[in-house]
Design a protein around this ligand. Structure first.
Ligand code: AMP
Length: 281
């Protein structure tokens, strides 16, 4: 069932809550793939009612980014989400979410939003925390589901929920990949055949780093060099960043102590892809 207004969604959820139903939320920007569906299935296994939001959020895109061209297909999404167990697809307009006069934002300050994607997309996480805070207020779920694919986003949202004492459990689900290892992403559709073939290098480089890490290489600059050297084997790969931070704090480290996030962002033509792997002793 598609619901487009906050009023209708609240009325539906109030009725469900009154009959003792628990609610799980899966925020997405639509153009669904198996990565999204894995979150819906997990949410359905752990809650009575699953709300999947399908909203391309303008405030998390910079003016030069792909907000207008971001792929959209609500009919297809409705079918896939419903089959995976979503009870409601919340599909609001931009005006519904940001009515005239809307000027309040939620922002996590500090390194957590400045490193990695925050460096090349300085306003991005402010848009993400704002829209997710709105969705939390509208849906009031017990649990909300996010993908490890966007590891920094998950860390930022956990910080937001903790700092603002939100009574919602955030659950981070594993990255779903194509058979050749490419992390599933709605943006993969932008890739030409050549770019798509070369994009496998992201996962290969991260897996190589994990292997040498497990064989005793814990020095961060050496691990970063291994990843960078591997990615630059592909002529179409244009690196935005290759970074390793302590996880989930995203603090700078020289040596991996307990748990770290190795993350990459790489452009292939106009398409910017991200991927990551956890290095854990
Ligand atoms: P998006 O529609 O790209 O904003 O993603 C919506 C949610 O799905 C986010 O929590 C993402 O981290 C998650 N997600 C996207 N791609 C994947 C994937 N390949 N595996 C697991 N989760 C994913």
């Amino acid at each position: 069932m598609i619901i487009t207004t906050i009023k209708e969604l609240r009325a539906y959820l109030d009725t469900q809550r009154k009959s003792g139903k628990t609610i799980g939320l899966v925020p997405t920007m639509g153009f669904l793939h198996e990565g999204h569906l894995s979150l819906i299935r997990r949410a359905k296994a752990e809650n009575h009612i699953v709300v999947m939001s399908d909203f391309v959020n303008p405030t998390q895109f910079a003016p030069n980014e792909d907000f207008e061209s971001y792929p959209r297909n609500i009919e297809h999404d409705e079918q896939l989400a419903t089959d995976a167990g979503a009870d409601v697809i919340f599909y609001p307009s931009v005006e519904e979410m940001y009515p005239n006069g809307s000027s309040t934002f939620v922002e996590a300050e500090g390194d957590i939003t400045k490193v990695l994607c925050g460096a090349s997309r300085p306003s991005h996480f402010k848009g993400v925390t704002t829209v997710v805070a709105m969705l939390f207020n509208i849906v009031q779920p017990q649990k909300a589901y996010f993908g490890q694919k966007d590891a920094q986003q998950a860390a930022v949202l956990i910080k937001m929920a903790t700092d603002l004492h939100m009574n919602i459990e955030l659950i981070v689900c594993p990255i779903v990949r194509e058979e050749d290892g490419l992390a599933m992403s709605s943006r993969n559709t932008y890739l030409s055949a050549n770019e798509r073939a070369q994009a496998v290098i992201l996962n290969q480089a991260l897996v190589k780093a994990k292997t040498i890490f497990e064989n005793g290489e814990h020095n961060v600059p050496n691990l970063i060099k291994t990843i960078t050297d591997k990615i630059t084997e592909m002529p179409l790969a244009d690196i935005d960043y290759v970074s390793i931070y302590e996880y989930p704090s995203l603090k700078t480290i020289e040596t991996v102590k307990e748990k770290a996030l190795a993350a990459v962002a790489v452009r292939f033509g106009k398409t910017r892809l991200i991927d990551n792997i956890i290095l854990e002793k």
